[in-house]
Design a protein around this ligand. Structure first.
Ligand SMILES: NC(=O)c1ccc[n+]([C@@H]2O[C@H](COP(=O)([O-])OP(=O)(O)OC[C@H]3O[C@@H](n4cnc5c(N)ncnc54)[C@H](OP(=O)(O)O)[C@@H]3O)[C@@H](O)[C@H]2O)c1
Length: 216
């Protein structure tokens, strides 16, 4: 065991993260509802990163790794958790990048569950795991471009060792600076900024808008 499983790594954000982490030497397995789809995307990302990336079902991917990234839409969280639950032994680290948003004609709104945020919902569903949240404010398009990704990435979590592991993953992506955002409940502060970033991306017609904190 060891390495990183990216559940939903076939999608926009997951693919961007995987290329950087694989190129930096991390062992990556992509999880998908379809093994064939995961293997196809794994071949594509192996060729882009120059390193071998493996594809599997969500459950197999979660079994194979000690760190499991949930890179899926919020509305699919419960069903995916049920799929991978048997593979999640107590010490596994779960990294949530999920942002619960509602898109309406009036605009984009942060739409959190009663627990307060996607990350806290993951912790509620998986109390045996160490949950960390990060990467919410990083745009998939920026990650997919060649070269550094200059931005700050806020990490929230209640387990310091798990946060350190995610901090290292942020440092592997050139240009990114990890910022300690405190406990997991603070993830709601970070997740809620994403609606504004998407609004600004559309308004200024740019590939993506990210965050840099002055004074830290
Ligand atoms: N895109 C961004 O720029 C960005 C930035 C920051 C955070 N995020 C957050 O990161 C997460 C992933 O974003 P994304 O843009 O990569 O999403 P996405 O491309 O729409 O979906 C990611 C993967 O989730 C799985 N999935 C999609 N619909 C599903 C469903 N109904 N049930 C179960 N699985 C489903 C699919 O994998 P399989 O079909 O292979 O199973 C898909 O490839 C989201 O929560 C998003 O809010 C995104």
């Amino acid at each position: 065991m060891g390495g990183i499983a990216v559940i939903g790594g076939t999608g926009e954000l997951g693919r961007g993260l995987i290329v950087h982490w694989a190129a930096a030497g991390e062992k990556i397995v992509i999880g998908s509802r379809s093994r064939e789809k995961a293997e196809r995307i794994a071949r594509e990302l192996s060729s882009r990163s120059g390193r071998k990336v493996v594809g599997a079902t969500n459950r197999q991917a979660a079994e194979a790794a000690d760190l499991v990234v949930l890179s899926i839409p919020f509305h699919s969280l419960e069903s995916i958790v049920e799929e991978i639950r048997p593979a999640l032994s107590p010490q596994k680290i779960i990294l949530s990048v999920i942002v619960p948003l509602r898109f309406t004609r009036e605009g984009i709104f942060y739409d959190p569950p009663p627990s307060g945020s996607a990350a806290e919902e993951v912790a509620r569903l998986l109390p045996q795991c160490r949950v960390v949240s990060a990467f919410h404010t990083v745009g998939a398009k920026q990650l997919q471009q060649q070269g550094p990704v200059p931005c700050d990435v806020v990490i929230c979590g209640d387990d310091e060792e798990a946060k350190r592991r995610v901090t290292e993953l942020i440092r592997l992506i050139p240009g990114m600076r990890p910022i300690d955002g405190g406990p997991l409940r603070n993830s709601r502060l970070v997740e809620s900024t994403v609606a504004l970033l998407i609004e600004l991306t559309r308004r200024y017609r740019v590939p993506g808008v990210s965050i840099r904190f002055e004074g830290i």
